[in-house]
Ligand binder design. Structure first.
Ligand code: NAD
Length: 275
């Protein structure tokens, strides 16, 4: 009952200046995790949604559960695969209003001298190259759209030091630099570009991040989990729904004067260092 009321309220909310109905939206890495929640939220708000993902099984399961959302198998760090994704998208929608560059992997956990170059490169590639590749292909479509926008997924690790996670922090800082530079390049075309910086989001991804950090630091998993909550002013993890709502806001006319921003949705992270 409570969730039905919440869903009805959200539909009303997205009828005013928060309106995203009718927009054509691409969410990368949308078969599970935050991307899947974002895709569903846009659909509920009346948008036309396409997702892509590298995980074929996850994509099949997502497509079976969400027949109104179209989908492509795609590694967004792969140039040829991104070309095919945009051919699929063009055939399906004939344009694009909102690009959500959500894809990003956690990468390895450990002191820098224990890390492999291949893991470093893959982390940078999935988190940053993907935005370059997708934005480059999306641009002709976004130029042709009214009130087009791009939302890039950074992290609180995009504006703070994050020991034992140097590839991830480097990638997410790069996402903010890319966002601000693109906002300047594309502003005169009326295309807005913003970044979202989630704090720890409750779910499988954080469970594996916490387990890896506990192992690297030789401490109990639960103490790492509590440490993450304690370093947030609101003393809790955030939900994927909260990230999705912030992305819908940035894609809506309510945010028509908002560009070049890195918006933290994190309960206010005070530090990413646990001692
Ligand atoms: P996740 O690890 O749950 O992965 C979500 C999806 O990404 C999966 O379906 C996976 O198959 C797909 N994916 C992975 N590599 C891909 C690739 N190369 N091409 C296409 N799809 C790919 O991630 P998440 O927790 O949903 O995170 C989504 C975004 O939010 C990422 O950019 C992440 O860095 C960022 N973020 C997450 C958190 C968190 O606590 N979960 C916090 C801050 C930022």
């Amino acid at each position: 009952m409570h969730s039905k009321l919440a869903a009805d309220g959200r539909r009303d909310y997205y009828r005013g200046t928060m309106k995203v109905s009718g927009k054509r939206v691409l969410v990368t890495a949308g078969a599970s995790g935050i991307g899947a929640t974002v895709a569903q939220r846009f659909l509920q708000a009346g948008a036309h949604v396409h997702v892509c993902d590298i995980d074929e099984r996850a994509l099949q399961n997502f497509s079976a559960a969400h027949t109104e959302i179209s989908a492509s198998l795609c590694d967004v760090a792969d140039e040829a695969a991104v070309d095919t994704l945009f051919e699929d998208l063009d055939a399906r929608f004939g344009g694009l209003d909102v690009l959500v560059n959500n894809a990003g992997i956690a990468g390895p956990t450990g002191q820098i001298d224990t890390l492999q170059l291949s893991d470093w490169r893959r982390t940078l590639s999935v988190n940053v190259d993907s935005i370059f590749l997708c934005t480059r292909r999306a641009l002709p479509m976004l130029k042709a759209a009214d009130d087009a926008s791009i939302v890039n997924m950074s992290s609180t690790a995009g504006f703070m030091g994050y020991p034992l996670r140097t590839p991830y922090a480097s990638a997410k800082w790069a996402v903010i630099g890319l966002t601000k530079s693109l906002a300047m390049e594309l502003g005169s075309l009326g295309i807005r570009v913003n970044a979202i910086c989630p704090g720890p989001v409750a779910g499988e991804r954080m469970d594996s991040v916490i387990a890896a950090e506990a192992q690297a630091r030789g401490v109990a998993t639960e103490s790492v989990r509590e440490g993450y909550a304690q370093t947030v002013s609101l003393s809790r993890f955030v939900d994927a729904d909260e990230i999705a709502d912030a992305i819908l806001f940035l894609a809506s006319p309510a945010a028509r004067s908002i560009s070049g921003q890195a918006l933290a949705v994190d309960g206010h992270t005070e530090t990413l260092v646990q001692r």
